[in-house]
Design a protein. Structure first.
Length: 451
């Protein structure tokens, strides 16, 4: 949706809202009038219809309110040089209001955690050896890989406690398609009422896999593409993988059950100059959703300066994403990681920064460990294991370090003006030994970071 279409959409919705409110005013006036226009059955039918219209309007108002905020955030104003201008102050005030809302939401979740996203890391086996892999995956089957029986038992427990319809499953790995009984597990999940999606490198997707996706009603998928042919295959260390992904994209375009089909690109020093060409390629392929994320210092990428983005690289990537979002030809978004400061918050993604680890996000790792998102690999944060523990009991009675005793903080962080919104940043990039963030956007961006 481009800028003009968004403005027209918002205008039509606000007109509808005004018309409905006006009709309610007329009803009130009519009720006070001795010569009532609407009486008896006619009045009931009209007010019932008006109530239905109001309920519908209220149900979608959050969406249009969000669009209005996005329109405000997308104003081409310079936070760095025009902070005293009326336009910048207006945008800044709106962003702070949005961030305050997110902070209040987090406070409520700390008191009342609500599981809504569960990652199932079904295997650490993988047919690629990516330079940046946060899980350092390999091809061998780990001896402690979780069984289908334990996963099914846990899914049933979650369903009986919270209702399968309230928890979205994201299947990940490793490469999840390397697990032979994956679709047996997902058939069972679907029978309970779970909705699900998958992150994959896409290389194993063929017509048979497409049939299995249909059978299990997979609703979303994210496929990795980290450059044009030579760059991608070098980064993923798999010759021929690029053409396999292009073929997978064509197959997935015909999958009717898909609500979200996203391409994910890990921006790094090797592919930063190719972002524009990747964008054009995805447009040609008819892709609607593209997530561009920066390499974080975890897993194999921790000590790899050859691929980690520096300040100039991050700013280039952020400005690229902002430009493409303004164009409106594709839903381009930045990853959920990291608080970005007022210049970039609200414009690079559709929501303010929230690390939902232990608040609404949990994971079952490949060995059965119960933790948060799979990017958090520190063993000291594991809360239990489904082989011996009740997942529900763990979720409801543990996770203190992600809630009340949150450990992603220190005296320096607490004194920071942005701590209310950042809260020590993402759990997966926190250094638990030294109690400092391995990646602090405020320190990296410096003069580009607006508080």
């Amino acid at each position: 949706m481009n800028e003009k279409e968004i403005k027209n959409d918002i205008k039509e919705f606000n007109n509808l809202r005004d018309q409905i409110n006006s009709l309610w005013d007329e009803i009130k006036k009519d009720s006070k009038d001795d010569n009532k226009v609407l009486k008896g059955k006619d009045k009931k039918e009209f007010t019932d219809a008006l109530k239905d219209a109001t309920d519908f309007m209220n149900g979608i108002s959050y969406y249009y309110d969000g669009l209005e905020l996005q329109q405000m955030y997308r104003k081409k104003c310079s936070f760095l040089h025009n902070r005293n201008s009326k336009e910048v102050k207006e945008v800044e005030k709106a962003k702070l209001c949005d961030l305050d809302g997110a902070a209040a939401y987090i406070k409520d979740l700390i008191k009342h955690p609500q599981l809504s996203n569960l990652f199932l890391e079904v295997t650490l086996r993988c047919n690629a050896k990516c330079e940046h892999c946060g899980s350092s995956c390999g091809e061998e089957i780990p001896k402690d890989e979780i069984s289908a029986e334990d996963l099914k038992r846990t899914l049933l427990e979650i369903h009986e406690r919270y209702g399968a319809e309230n928890v979205f499953l994201t299947v990940t790995g490793g490469e999840p398609l390397m697990r032979k009984d994956l679709f047996d597990i997902m058939r069972y999940a679907r029978s309970l009422g779970f909705r699900w999606g998958m992150t994959t490198n896409g290389m194993l997707i063929d017509e048979n896999i497409i049939k299995l996706y249909k059978e299990t009603n997979m609703e979303s998928i994210s496929i990795s593409l980290d450059g044009l042919k030579n760059t991608h295959e070098s980064f993923r260390r798999v010759p021929g993988s690029f053409n396999k992904i292009m073929n997978a994209i064509e197959l997935l375009k015909g999958l009717d059950c898909l609500n979200h089909f996203q391409i994910t690109t890990v921006a790094n020093k090797k592919n930063l100059s190719e972002l524009e060409d990747i964008y054009k390629l995805l447009l040609e392929k008819g892709i609607k959703e593209w997530r561009v994320m920066s390499i974080d210092p975890i897993g194999r990428a921790y000590d790899n300066d050859e691929i980690l983005l520096d300040k100039d690289g991050l700013i280039y990537m952020f400005d690229f994403i902002r430009e493409k979002r303004l164009e409106g030809k594709m839903d381009v978004t930045y990853d959920c990681s990291h608080y970005l400061g007022l210049e970039y918050e609200g414009i690079l993604r559709d929501h303010p920064f929230i690390c939902g680890a232990g608040l609404f996000i949990a994971s079952i790792l490949a060995d059965g460990d119960i933790c948060v998102c799979p990017n958090v690999r520190d063993k000291s944060l594991v809360q239990g294991n489904i082989k011996k523990d009740s997942f529900v009991d763990v979720w409801e009675n543990k996770y203190e370090i992600f809630r009340k005793k949150r450990i992603t903080t220190n005296s320096k962080c607490k004194k920071c003006k942005s701590y209310k919104y950042c809260r020590g940043d993402s759990f997966h990039t926190w250094n638990y030994a030294e109690k400092v963030p391995n990646m602090c956007m405020k320190e990296i961006l410096k003069e580009h970071f607006i508080e």
